[in-house]
Design a protein around this ligand. Sequence first.
Ligand code: PLP
Length: 396
Amino acid sequence: MDANTETKRKRIGTRCVHAGELRGLYGAPHSPIFNSTTFAFADTRSLLEVVDGIKKGPLYTRYGMNPTIVSLEEKLAALEGAESALVFCSGMAAESAVLLGSGARRVVCLGDAYGGTLELLAVNLSQLGIQTAFLKGDDFEGLQSEINQGASLVFLESPTNPTLEIIDIKKVAAIAHAGGASVVVDNTFATPINQSPLALGADLVVHSATKYLGGHSDITAGAVMGDEQRIAPLRLWRKNLGSVPAPETCALLSRSIKTLHVRVDWQNRSAQAIAEAMEVHPAVRRVLYPGLPSFTGYALAVSQMRGMGGMLTLDLFAEDASPFVDRLELFLIAPSLGGAESLVTQPVTTTHHGLSEVERARRGITGSMVRFSIGLEDPQDLIEDLRSALEAVGRK
Ligand code: PLP
């Protein structure tokens, strides 16, 4: 058994540190960065062996055939317990390849999703004749009926963005598979530390690696993980869409993943402490956080997640939450998540800004909602910042 296969059997923290690393070159603990766009061969025969897939090896960086990229992909596959992984230049590039590459003409999007995903499905893919049914996360009858009418791909996030709804991945996979459809789960919010969608029955996992995997708000990347049989066709899509990331980005991402388990563990504990403190605050109508027993999806979250994540949403009594947001000092007002710095965003001004009032109302997204990405600061300082900004909007 080679060292990488051995590492894939270890616990997740060990996989974060060791999986995929190219060891053996001068004893360097971290894989070197191969910036070359192309790779030379001793003779034509050796070139053809790689071109024809008889031998694995570096060839051309846009094809993903570059040792730094392949090393990262080994690590990404190990994180999700997958056979294979592909890295992309953004989360949206990964999603586009999956949705285009599936060949599906009818898609079901279950529950809420990132605004860009909704736009891709509703605008871009519909221009290509790919129809999407947007259903509630627990509308299993609707799902069954869509599958009966030929839907062949089900896309979902869990927890969802921004209401943190938990969707029953096992149940969705059972319904989809019985009707011959595939299930793709965006695991960005949960991270591979907290949730393993493939083990719950999903066929592919996608990530915006820009978020927790990158973890420092300085990398834009995406990833797809699954069986080689499903990943292989997507490799061709990535090659011809040209959506491979640069080797420097891949090296930075590999470096970040080495601390993923430590960061996520801290963020899980911090978010839980903040959620508990906010739940009893008189200016807060609801705290949407899967780790609170009062949260609708709590029991399901406990059954399918190992940790509850660093994302939480507050629903204030105040109709407009912007004075509160503007008073926060430690939280940066920015539309992303998963970094070392805590971020705050109002879904109505960022992620879901492009949706109509009616559509937002249907999804339960209001101006009184504020979404937080809890970073790596001391949670006590964050709680103090939240309490002092809440003074601005007053009590019930
Ligand atoms: N999926 C989720 C859950 C996201 O939050 C985002 C971006 O915010 C994306 C996908 C898209 O990722 P990227 O910005 O890396 O293209």
